[in-house]
Design a protein around this ligand. Structure first.
Ligand code: SPD
Length: 357
């Protein structure tokens, strides 16, 4: 009898262990099932209270996964085997996903809150008519610096980063387009330049920056700069806003030669399983109160004009993070340079990283 009880108990334990393991592996792979929604977003890019609010309002369980670059996100979605219901790529990555047939059209009849998006952020070249994507956040790329640590030096130009006084003082965001783009812009070339000579020139110039580069980092760039562990950083504007919020001694500038204007939009990848919940989630994030709460939490700039009205004036009126057309018209959006050229940018970036070690 005892043997039967023991056998029964072992079978039960093994069953539970198997169930746990399967559900863990499924969530790691982004498998949705039942009433769940799998969201794939950049790290540090949502107020977690909003996920809880969405779950409470809808009864849908959110499985949330993060990535740290468009390239990582693209590879994971393209290789298949995942069922992300909503993802948040940037401009050129959206264009690439469209080209590779990785997106589903959005049913706008299910997005009544889309009307709150400022028309300036709709119908952009990477997704005309917003067939596949809906604005989430937008911003620029620029330089955060600590005036005390750089002893009064100012940063009007990309060129200023090459100053010999900045040895081991610069942190760079770990992004291929951002770093190669900075090299190109510093030489007066476009961020979307595909001329091989120009690209090699940019790599050579970037390699000369390596004595000044302390590290290439992800989201921790915010903590490192705010804690004054480096004097200067190449950052996305939303991260700059958060850094300056933590440490108001620091400054943010977009260099005069120009820089990147970027847009992160919500999309429904082709492999989505829960289309109903995906649309509900996107509409929920477009709700002005939710969008304002999210913008205040993550520090990034909202494209939602009603949400903007709900933000404190010191945020919505800050021209460094809500620049007007006078600046944005001078900036460039990354183009989808095609599979081969994007891969080449990544190779150049890897070469630079090897050189910086
Ligand atoms: N931690 C959130 C980072 C989001 C950055 N998105 C900007 C992409 C620009 N290509």
């Amino acid at each position: 009898m005892k043997q039967i009880v023991r056998l029964f108990a072992s079978v039960l334990i093994a069953g539970f262990a198997l169930m746990y393991l399967t559900s863990y592996l499924n969530s790691e792979q982004g498998y949705s099932g039942g009433n769940t929604l799998t969201v794939y977003n950049w790290g540090d890019y949502i107020d977690p209270d909003l996920i809880a609010k969405f779950e409470k309002e809808t009864g849908v369980k959110v499985i949330y996964q993060t990535f740290d670059s468009n390239e990582a996100m693209l590879t994971k979605i393209a290789q298949g085997g995942t069922t992300f219901d909503v993802a948040v790529p940037s401009d050129y990555a959206i264009s690439k996903m469209r080209e590779e047939n990785l997106l589903l059209p959005i049913d706008k009849t299910k997005l009544p809150n889309l009307k709150y998006i400022d028309p300036r952020f709709l119908n952009l070249s990477f997704d005309p008519d917003n067939v596949y994507s809906v604005p989430y956040f937008w911003g620029t790329v620029g330089i955060v610096y600590n005036p005390e640590l750089v002893k009064g030096k100012t940063f009007e130009s990309w060129e200023d980063l090459w100053s010999p006084d900045l040895r081991n003082q610069i942190l760079l965001v770990d992004g291929a387009r951002e770093v190669i783009g900075m090299g190109l812009n510093s030489l007066g070339y476009s961020l979307n330049d595909t001329n091989e000579e120009h690209l090699q020139e940019a790599l050579k110039k970037l390699n000369k920056l390596t004595p000044n580069v302390k590290a290439l980092v992800g989201d921790e760039i915010k903590m490192l700069l705010a804690n004054e562990e480096a004097a200067v950083g190449l950052v996305w504007s939303g991260d700059a806003a958060e850094i300056l919020d933590e440490n108001d001694k620091l400054e943010y500038v977009v260099p005069k030669e120009g820089s990147n204007l970027w847009f992160d939009n919500m999309v429904i990848p082709k492999t989505a399983r829960n289309l109903e919940a995906a649309h509900r989630f996107i509409n929920f994030m477009l709700d002005p109160e939710n969008a304002a709460q999210n913008a205040e939490y993550v520090g990034y700039s909202t494209p939602n004009s009603e949400a903007l009205k709900l933000l404190p004036e010191d945020i919505s009126g800050d021209k460094r993070f809500y620049p007007d057309a006078e600046l944005t018209d001078k900036l460039e959006v990354y183009d989808n340079l095609g599979k081969k050229m994007l891969a080449h940018y990544n190779e150049l970036f890897l070469e630079f990283k090897m050189h910086s070690k």
